[in-house]
Design a protein around this ligand. Structure first.
Ligand code: NAP
Ligand code: FE
Length: 366
């Protein structure tokens, strides 16, 4: 039972948590940069709640609302420039994983004026100014992880910024997700589920991290049924948001493994939303395990007797055709195989051939 467990983020979960705890912002600083996407935060009530909390507690704020899906280093530089010239002392990321991850990276760039998109990956360990995260998808779990996944156009891939940036505070109010369209609800829920799976079936998993994984699977037993029946009730929104946060806490300890690493080129080159990119690979990844002991424990908690039952849920939720060639699969596999970190997180030895096979069986089905 030896383990290390870190969760430095202060988590507020529940209805109207921002307005009920508005002094949290003024305790962090006097001037904030709000980092968000182009539209959704202004429509789902999250931006209004943050603005009200800041205004009533006397915290000045500037808005940067240009974060695209899978944020690029170019956008991050632009956001950090606005933060720097306005002398902000903290950053508030509002949105799905893209704005939250961008906010974390912006906070690093603001703290370290010499850092830019060219030298960030060779800069060593850096500090950031404080980050507050407000999640509006359920999701990436980014509100409780140290990761910031960015798009490097130069390297033609998505990658972790390589810094540890746990938000100081995370606000989770599922009201912001009530109007999340069905397809985004499914894709983001699948992302949360794959975090649970990859964090659970992980070399780094511990007694403590498994508690989060197993509680998450228990919530997914409920959530999968509601997802396939399209019963997106308030209870569903709360439970999937909770599952996503538990999954985030788990991957903050253990990291992700094959589906996440293998999914990045499907997002970069084929435009697949992140959750879906992991989701299309998950079943073949699970089938590839030689030792299925822990998978069986997971299936049991999910209420399934075998992998085929989970697969039939996946087939109902995921319906995507990807145009891909054997050459592309070989190329993605080679690049992924060079990513030793993700391979180390996987509990079994895999060869390049195994990786090619997971891609082939997942993507060349018909
Ligand atoms: P996202 O890219 O943040 O957002 C996807 C879309 O959903 C956007 O069009 C966004 O609109 C919209 N949206 C967000 N919240 C909404 C709401 N409440 N109602 C209606 N529409 C809403 O999606 P995501 O899946 O949450 O994040 C994906 C990113 O997170 C990827 O870059 C992925 O690599 C990363 N990720 C990070 C971690 C981590 O630990 N840091 C883990 C997994 C994934 P707007 O643009 O208008 O806001
Ligand atoms: Fe993810």
């Amino acid at each position: 039972m030896e383990f290390k467990f870190t969760m430095p983020t202060e988590i507020y979960f529940g209805e109207e948590v921002i307005l009920k705890n508005k002094e949290v912002f003024s305790a962090i600083g006097k001037k904030a940069l709000i980092v968000t996407g182009r539209n959704s935060a202004k429509k789902n009530g999250s931006y209004d709640d943050v603005k009200t909390a800041l205004t009533t507690t006397g915290v000045e704020h500037i808005l940067f609302d240009e974060v695209e899906e899978n944020p690029s280093l170019e956008t991050i530089e632009k956001g950090s420039y606005i933060g720097k010239i306005n002398n902000v002392d903290f950053v508030i990321g509002i949105g799905g994983g893209s704005p939250m991850d961008a906010a974390k990276a912006v906070a690093v760039f603001i703290k370290n004026p010499d850092v830019n998109k060219e030298n960030i990956f060779s800069s060593g360990k850096l500090e950031s100014i404080p980050v507050v995260a407000v999640a509006t998808t359920s999701g990436t779990g980014s509100e409780v992880t140290q990761y910031s996944i960015v798009t490097s156009i130069k390297e033609k891939t998505k990658k972790n910024l390589g810094q540890s940036i746990f938000p100081k505070v995370a606000f989770l109010d599922s009201r912001y997700t009530y109007d999340l369209p069905y397809d985004i609800t499914v894709n983001t829920a699948i992302d949360a589920f794959t975090h649970l799976v990859e964090g659970y079936l992980n070399t780094n998993s511990t007694y403590m991290s498994d508690i989060y994984g197993e509680k998450g699977f228990e919530l997914f037993k409920y959530c999968f049924e509601r997802l396939v029946n399209k019963e997106l009730t308030v209870e569903f929104r709360n439970k999937v948001m909770m599952a996503s946060a538990l999954a985030g806490i788990q991957i903050a300890q253990n990291g992700t493994s094959l589906p996440h690493g293998m999914g990045y080129p499907l997002t970069y080159f084929k435009g697949l939303p992140h959750g879906l990119a992991n989701g299309v690979l998950t079943m073949e990844y699970l089938k590839s395990f030689k030792d299925k002991t822990k998978i069986e424990r997971m299936l049991n908690i999910l209420g399934f007797s075998n992998l085929e039952e989970l697969e039939s849920i996946f087939n109902r939720l995921i319906d995507v055709k990807i145009e891909i060639t054997e050459d592309e699969i070989n190329e993605y596999s080679k690049n992924f195989f060079a990513n030793k970190k993700k391979l180390e997180n996987h509990t079994e030895e895999v060869s390049l051939e195994d990786i090619i096979n997971i891609y082939r069986k997942s993507l060349l089905k018909n």
